[in-house]
Design a protein around this ligand. Sequence first.
Ligand SMILES: [Zn+2]
Length: 285
Amino acid sequence: MKIKKKYRILCLILAVAVLGVGIGYVLSRGDWWFYLEQTFRIYSEPDLKIPLRDETSREWTLAELMQAEGVTVSKLLMLVNSSHPLPVGYEAELEEYGGALMHPLMIAPYIALKDAVYQRTGVKIYVSSDYRTREEQESILAESEDGVAAQIGCSEHEAGMALDVYAPYHAGMEFLKSEAGREVNRICCEYGYVIRYPHGKEDVTGIAYEPWHLRYVGAPHAKIMADSGLTLEEYIEYLTPETWYESGEYLILRTEKNTVSMPAEWETCSISPDNTGYTIITVKR
Ligand SMILES: [Zn+2]
C-alpha cells in the first residue's frame, strides 16, 4: 500500500513537472504569441478623410511643382510586384550606409528604427540584403529552388527601396523568435517602413509572410497602411484618383493629371509615381 502511494506521488510530481515545462515552453515562444497577435489583430479603416475645400489653393503644373521650394521628387511610392515591374531603364537612387545601399531618404529613418529597437530590446539589428542589381536578382532567381524569388525587374530590392534585416542568430522566420524581430515588425511603421509581405495577405502580395523584408514608403503612408492592415497594392487601390485626402498634418493626392490644385502653403511636399500610371503627391502642412 505504501509503495503504491509513493508511486502515485511520484507520478503526480512527474506530471506537474512535464506540464510546467510545457507551459514554460509555450510562454517562451514569443513568435507563436506574435502570430496569434497578428492573426487576431483588429484593423481600423484607413486614417483618411476628405478635407474641406481650401479656398486659397492655386493651380500648378507637375513640372512647375517639381521645381518648387520644399518639394522632393522620388520614386518611393512605386508599386513593384510581378504585375508591376520596374520601368525599362529604371535607375535606383542609392546611397551607402554601413555597407548597405539604399535610397538616400531611407537612411535616417532606418537608423532611427534600429536605435529604437536597440533601446527597447538591447539587441542590434543588421541588414542582410539591400539593393540588388538586375544580375544579382537573376542569380537569386536561378538559385531559388521553389521559385519564391521575385522575377527580374519585380523585386523591391532592385528598386533600392527594401532592406532585409536580422538579429544575431535570428534570420529569416527565426527573426520573430527574437524580441528585436517582433519589435521591428511592431514599430517600423513609425519610421516610414512597412512589412511589405504581411501575414494573412499572401493572396494579395503573392508572396509568403516575410517578417524581415522592410519596404520604405515614408510618412504618413506607412502608418496608415500598418494601422489599417492594407498592403501597398491595396493602399494604392484605396486612394481614389483626383481626390485629396487628409491624414493628420498630411494631405495626399493620387493624380493622373499634369495640373494640380495645391494648398496655398506647405512645409514639405513629396512627389512620386506609383507605377500604376498615377502620381502620388504628399503634402505636410
Ligand atoms: Zn527582401
